[in-house]
Design a protein around this ligand. Structure first.
Ligand code: CUA
Length: 187
């Protein structure tokens, strides 16, 4: 009889522990489902703050990516905006000129298929998607040259699609910018 009641007691303890852990694991599942619902609704109701578009078929005719507007431009606030396009199988401009110690905004897009925009020895690594403008902030501390290979397979000439970014002393850059609307280092 004694042994029977001990058995019942043990079963009751086990049942209590099982219930407790059922509640804990159900709570974890509930929390994760809640997070998924929140993230899904939040993302659907709050799209990216800016998605800028550009028609790849008219890039060369009008808008900010016409050829005369490509390259580096000094803005009123002293920052520099660089505009570039990728196309099979080159970048324009082929040599991008930027100053040291200056906030830089790269604005780039594609005229045909998806290309890659990667600046060596920086954390800039993006895709150029036709129809969309990629906006990438940057700052360069030291003068030098950075290779800029296309890093998305874009066709037969992909591996030959390269440009470079040349970083020069800030004072020299702004002196050059004084008499030229758009700067590049294309020779
Ligand atoms: Cu352009 Cu690969």
């Amino acid at each position: 009889m004694t042994s029977m009641s001990e058995h019942d007691e043990g079963a009751a303890v086990a049942a209590r522990i099982e219930r407790r852990w059922t509640v804990v694991s159900a709570g974890i599942v509930g929390l994760l489902v809640g997070m998924a619902i929140f993230a899904g609704i939040h993302k659907a109701t709050m799209p990216q703050a800016w998605v800028e578009t550009a028609n790849p078929q008219t890039l060369h005719i009008s808008g900010e990516f016409v050829e005369s507007n490509l390259g580096s431009a000094v803005e009123a606030d002293g920052s520099v905006t660089v505009r570039a396009i990728g196309q099979q199988f080159s970048f324009t401009p082929q040599c991008i000129l930027v100053p040291t110690g200056t906030p830089i905004s790269f604005r780039a897009t594609s005229a045909d298929v998806v290309h890659g925009f990667l600046i060596d020895h920086t954390n800039i690594n993006s895709m150029l998607v036709p129809g969309y403008i990629s906006v990438l902030p940057a700052k360069f501390d030291v003068p030098g040259e950075h290779p800029m290979p296309c890093q998305e397979f874009c066709g037969i000439g992909h591996e030959g699609m390269w440009a470079k970014v040349k970083v020069i002393d800030k004072a020299t850059f702004f002196k050059m910018a004084a008499d030229k609307r758009r700067l590049t280092c294309v020779e």
